[in-house]
Design a protein around this ligand. Structure first.
Ligand SMILES: Nc1nc2c(c(=O)[nH]1)N[C@H]1C(S)=C(S)[C@@H](COP(=O)(O)O)O[C@H]1N2
Ligand SMILES: [Mo]
Length: 291
């Protein structure tokens, strides 16, 4: 059964503001320090482009496949289980989350490892808030995220293109960083299926493949989890996967990026422009070689 969520429960602000107002607000810094440092184009990508050019391999390999084939994904009821090294393992109902937690607006740059980029106005809950509810044990150091495993609904999972279910991971301190979001909406509405409905991870300073869609399980661990792309091609897709113009992908340069829906080609920024907020997390790492 699909329950209608009145927009007043989602984000009255994002719904009410025109794009021009949103931009003016962002420029004035009212949306918070979290968008303040990202340089370059910050005008949101057209909704049409952000929702018809997708990577969601459970629904096909072409960029247009997810918008065509993900619409049948049943996103209610939907639960997310938080378990592993926590004092309070529990299962959250997405409907309850939407009713009980305020969604924050975050306009973030987003950079795919394939060198295309976009700017998305997300709505979501800081992952730190969800993790705090579960009370991580002091032994927890990493967090694993899993997409729904349902080959009946997700035709891609009937094949072996990737090891399913799609799994990603973050260090616990990355997961708890205030920029790290569990998004439930974008552009003032609930997430479209192809964008990872009903709830997805968004880590704006890392390549897009870290931002796992349609999440059903969040597990705290002592060691880094085995992640889908790292397992598939370890020399191409690192565990950290921080956006980094200095480290080329083995098959292409990462120095430049193309903004979706525009002819704009611009220089890739270290940490996707979020260095002032996140560089301290990587103080011990050699940024010329780490990926
Ligand atoms: N479950 C799942 N999550 C996923 C993917 C996927 O194929 N399956 N693709 C990733 C990649 S490579 C990118 S670039 C982003 C794309 O998000 P978007 O389609 O909303 O732009 O989702 C990421 N999350
Ligand atoms: Mo990607």
């Amino acid at each position: 059964m699909r329950v209608h969520i009145p927009s007043s429960h989602i984000t009255p602000k994002a719904v009410a503001l025109s794009r021009r107002q949103l931009l003016a607000t962002a420029a004035a810094g009212v949306l918070g320090t979290h968008t303040a440092h990202a340089q370059g184009v910050m005008e949101p990508t057209a909704f049409k482009h952000a929702t018809t050019h997708n990577n969601f391999l459970e629904f096909g390999l072409d960029k247009q496949d997810p918008s065509k084939h993900a619409q049948s994904l049943k996103t209610r009821p939907w639960t997310v289980t938080v378990d592993g090294l926590v004092h309070r393992p529990h299962t959250l109902d997405v409907e309850t989350l939407l009713r009980t937690m305020a969604l924050e607006d975050r306009v973030y740059r987003f950079r795919c490892v394939e060198a295309w980029a976009m700017v998305i106005p997300w709505m979501g809950i800081p992952l730190a808030a969800l993790l705090a509810r579960a009370q991580p044990l002091s032994s927890a150091r990493h967090v694993a995220f899993q997409t729904l495993m349902d080959p009946q609904q997700m035709p891609g999972q009937r094949g072996t293109f990737l090891p399913w279910p799609y799994t990603e991971g973050l260090r616990l301190d990355e997961a708890q960083h205030p920029l790290t979001l569990m998004a439930l909406g974008m552009y003032g509405r609930m997430l479209p299926a192809q964008s990872g409905a009903p709830i997805r991870l968004v880590v704006p300073w890392k390549y897009g493949f870290k931002s796992v869609k349609s999440v059903v399980r969040i597990t705290l661990l002592a060691e880094p989890p085995v992640t889908t792309w790292n397992q598939q091609a370890p020399t191409e897709y690192g565990y950290h996967a921080n956006v980094n113009p200095l480290v080329p992908h083995p098959r292409w340069s990462q120095a430049w990026e193309r903004m979706l829906g525009t002819n704009t080609r611009q220089r890739t920024q270290l940490f996707n422009g979020y260095g002032p907020e996140v560089a301290h997390l990587y103080s011990g790492m050699n940024l010329r070689t780490s990926f």
